[in-house]
Design a protein around this ligand. Structure first.
Ligand SMILES: [Zn+2]
Length: 194
């Protein structure tokens, strides 16, 4: 939903301290390498289905909140993986609700918040996923969901270790970037196709 969820927590603070040991030039090289290696992420929904994407401002960026086209009711809609990978974490957070974080190639990860089901119903840490794998269902779990069913979605990059919210990057689907402040794309078709 609209606000920073605080999932980062103490682990993120430690990571920031460790990050200070890396010089700016080295960090740039790592960032460039990551951008070059970004997988061609797809929308985390069945091939050919249509969705509404929203960005907000402040600390919500560059995450997206996603509902079905027309916002006619997203509760229980199935989620797919944005690319092949392995589930790095699946857990429940007070603010973000049921969360799945998937590790892809090249230091890239995707994060899915407010899921309807707890870890283990669809996937758990260590589960290998393909774009066709159902990783969960849209829900409204967590205080930050605001009580409305939607998917909070992030793409993250970190050279080493599981990235936190501080490692979020602009979202790309099928090679197109969806980012900015208070933007809306009212109908985007999923190209997450076999
Ligand atoms: Zn959100």
């Amino acid at each position: 939903m609209r606000y920073y969820t605080g999932v980062m927590g103490a682990t993120g603070a430690v990571a920031l301290l460790l990050g200070a040991a890396i010089g700016p030039a080295q960090a740039d090289v790592q960032a460039q390498a990551g951008v070059q290696a970004k997988p061609k992420f797809q929308m985390p929904f069945a091939c050919g289905t249509n969705w509404q994407l929203n960005t907000y401002g402040g600390r919500h960026n560059p995450a997206l909140d996603i509902v079905v086209k027309g916002n006619t009711g997203s509760d229980g809609k199935k989620l797919k993986a944005s690319a092949k990978g392995t589930v790095a974490k699946a857990f429940s957070d007070r603010g973000a609700g049921n969360v799945v974080i998937i590790k892809h190639s090249g230091g890239w990860y995707t994060a899915y918040y407010h899921l309807k089901d707890k870890a283990g119903v669809y996937v758990k840490a260590g589960t290998k996923v393909k774009p066709s794998t159902t990783i969960g269902r849209i829900g409204k779990t967590g205080a930050n969901s605001g009580g409305w069913a939607h998917l909070h979605y992030e793409q993250r990059y970190r050279a080493s270790g599981i990235p936190t919210e501080s490692h979020r990057k602009a979202v790309d689907f099928n090679g197109k970037r969806y980012t900015g402040v208070n933007r809306q794309w009212s109908s985007v078709k999923s190209a997450n196709c076999p």
